[in-house]
Design a protein around this ligand. Structure first.
Ligand code: EPU
Length: 433
């Protein structure tokens, strides 16, 4: 359990660098299992999900570990296809190990990560695609077992919806399948292009990643690669949101602003000055002037408004003049952070996928609980705009996506700290200070 304390009311200022993207690093770590030679991922952030991935790799017999800021992997002589339940349940990204372990072992068992905090997150599209490529799929209780004799076969697959994870699973499987695979209705998120770039650097032949039709020519052999994963667009959006909520001026270096264009557009519409170059962005806001509300946001697949940035947008709009509404089209329970916003004095209501923000009022410090990763970050952003100190109890979500969010915000001038704490009594949740 971590306890983040954030004292609001001070404008931010400064520059910081976007880390490598969690949602690239996690599939890339799994994809190294497809390679026949050593791989190095450069500049990997020390996230809880990265640690979980390294434990998972170790548990199946793979050789992977830190070398300074990088992670190095070596092909292992024999791998085990049984993913331990405690690691499978610890992160959704355990699903990325289905295709590589099926290729390496001919059989893989994965206890499915249960109903996640964001709402139901089935894996039917992953499984249907692998079945179309020749895998035998068995579901017993909550455990899925996949088997195949010899390599999978290339196939022409239309995804039921553009799932990011399923696109990655099937792209990875196709790299080592016999023949050509066509993925139609694929997700277009930048992390898919990044994973394809890594695989191609290792000798794969993936074309069209980042568009709805991906063609993969399967290879009997792959080499290795030294690869720097793309910058984290959600971390960049978090720092931009912090500047917008607190006021001041923040520059995020080493990011790709075009990857968060929809979010930056919202900040501009709310009255922030946003300068976006090819690899840096600056967000400035006069803290004495209130932000503009009246925003209607609906999340969508890339390049639409990213679901992971919806709670951050809400944190920015809490104090804006005029009501706003945010609808999350991807997840049923995206706005569990609303209870924390309300404890901070915000006029806010969540009903299903819709979040209503009254705007206008002032925020005050409160004792709140991080309900999930992005909701926890959004509470920290909102706390920057509150008078007084907010204590965010976090059972471990924020570190899944930010190596040290408190240190990043402190580097920008925020009064922010993080301590390890024993679990506090349940009654301490979401109340005003
Ligand atoms: N879906 C299905 N069946 C499937 C797969 C997905 O019905 O087989 C549904 C999901 O239930 C959801 C929608 O499709 O309603 C979108 O899910 P998707 O598969 O695209 O998401 P994901 O791969 O599980 C990744 C990110 C999420 C991010 C989403 C959407 C990783 C590790 N996670 O999840 O990131 O919100 O794409 O962009 O890449 C985060 O970083 O905090 C995070 C949750």
């Amino acid at each position: 359990m971590q306890l983040y304390t954030v004292t609001g009311g001070a404008a931010l200022g400064g520059r910081l660098r976007a880390p490598a993207a969690k949602n690239s690093v996690l599939p890339l770590l799994a994809a190294t299992l497809l390679c026949d030679a050593p791989c190095t991922l450069r500049g990997v952030p020390r996230l809880a999900d990265v640690d979980t991935s390294l434990r998972l790799l170790g548990a199946v017999g793979a050789a992977a570990g830190w070398e300074g800021e990088d992670i190095a992997t070596r092909p292992a002589p024999a791998l085990c296809g049984d993913i331990p339940p405690e690691l499978a349940g610890a992160m959704r990204s355990s699903v990325f190990y289905l295709a590589p372990l099926l290729y390496r072992c001919g059989r893989v068992t994965l206890p499915l990560p249960g109903g996640c905090k964001l709402g139901p997150r089935p894996v039917d599209i992953h499984l249907a695609g692998l079945a179309a490529m020749g895998a035998r799929v068995e579901l017993a209780g909550d455990t899925v077992t996949l088997c195949c004799r010899g390599p999978l076969r290339g196939a022409d697959i239309t995804l039921r919806l553009p799932s990011v994870g399923a696109t990655l699973t099937l792209m990875m499987a196709a790299c080592r399948a016999a023949g050509t695979t066509v993925l139609r209705g694929a997700a277009c998120e930048p992390e898919i292009g990044d994973t394809a770039d890594f695989l191609n650097a290792a000798g794969a032949d993936v074309r069209g990643a980042g568009t709805p039709v991906i063609v993969v020519y399967g290879k009997a052999a792959l080499g290795g690669a030294v690869y720097a994963p793309m910058p984290d667009r959600i971390a960049a959006a978090t720092y931009a949101a912090a500047a917008a909520a607190a006021g001041g001026q923040v520059t995020v270096e080493g990011c790709r602003p075009q990857h968060l264009a929809a979010f930056l557009q919202l900040l501009r519409a709310a009255g922030c000055a946003v300068e976006a170059g090819p690899d840096a962005l600056t967000v400035a806001r006069d803290p004495a002037r209130p932000l503009r509300g009246g925003q209607e946001v609906c999340t969508a697949a890339y390049p639409g408004f990213a679901t992971d940035t919806a709670p951050l947008a809400a944190a920015v709009l809490l104090t804006a003049q005029g009501p706003s509404r945010i609808y999350d089209a991807l997840f049923e329970n995206r706005f569990a952070c609303a209870a924390g916003f309300a404890a901070m004095g915000a006029r806010v209501g969540a009903k299903g996928r819709l979040l209503w923000l009254g705007g206008g009022g002032a925020l005050h410090g409160a004792a709140v609980t991080a309900p999930d990763l992005r909701g926890g970050a959004a509470l920290a952003v909102a706390a920057l705009a509150a008078q007084g100190t907010t204590c965010i109890r976090d059972p471990g979500y924020i570190r899944r996506g930010y190596a040290a969010l408190h240190a990043d915000l402190a580097a920008l001038g925020a009064a922010c700290a993080c301590t390890e704490a024993d679990a506090a009594p349940a009654g301490a949740q979401n109340r005003p200070n």
